[in-house]
Write a protein that binds this ligand. Structure first.
Ligand SMILES: [Zn+2]
Ligand SMILES: [Zn+2]
Length: 131
């Protein structure tokens, strides 16, 4: 499926072709800290199916406890996360941050990871007062 997206301030814009069957939710503590949210939703796409049409993201290399390195890219102006990927290697697979995608309402998660660190209150969201 063709998608397009970008950061909050408009400096970064991109187009991509993603597989809507490959949308996940990640509850790992790194995703919580890096996104500023209780969990993160990601859709994967091969790097050759991702095209920047404006701007250039800044890269932060995250080193996991395992020693595994992951590039985290974000807008240098507004800080909005764009995608993550391996450091080097080919072909790379990009984990595009679903919140940066204009068609995000169509990208429904199919699985979730690191559920051990998921916030336990997520299950009560449905029952909270809605505005
Ligand atoms: Zn921006
Ligand atoms: Zn994660």
């Amino acid at each position: 499926m063709k998608i397009d997206g970008g950061c909050h301030c408009g400096f970064i814009k991109y187009e991509a072709e993603v597989n809507p069957e490959k949308v996940i939710v990640c509850h790992c503590t790194d995703c919580q800290t890096l996104s500023g949210a209780p969990f993160r939703s990601v859709v994967f796409a091969p790097e050759e199916h991702f095209k920047l049409t404006s701007g250039k993201p800044k890269v932060y290399v995250k080193i996991a406890d395992s020693g595994n390195e992951r590039e985290q890219t974000f807008c240098p102006e507004c800080g909005a996360p764009i995608y993550a990927s391996s450091v080097g290697g080919h072909p790379r697979n990009l984990g595009i941050r679903v919140g940066s995608i204009r068609q995000r309402d169509q990208l429904v998660p199919k699985s979730q990871y690191f559920c051990k660190s998921a916030q336990t209150w997520l299950s009560v969201l449905e029952s909270l007062p809605q505005a």
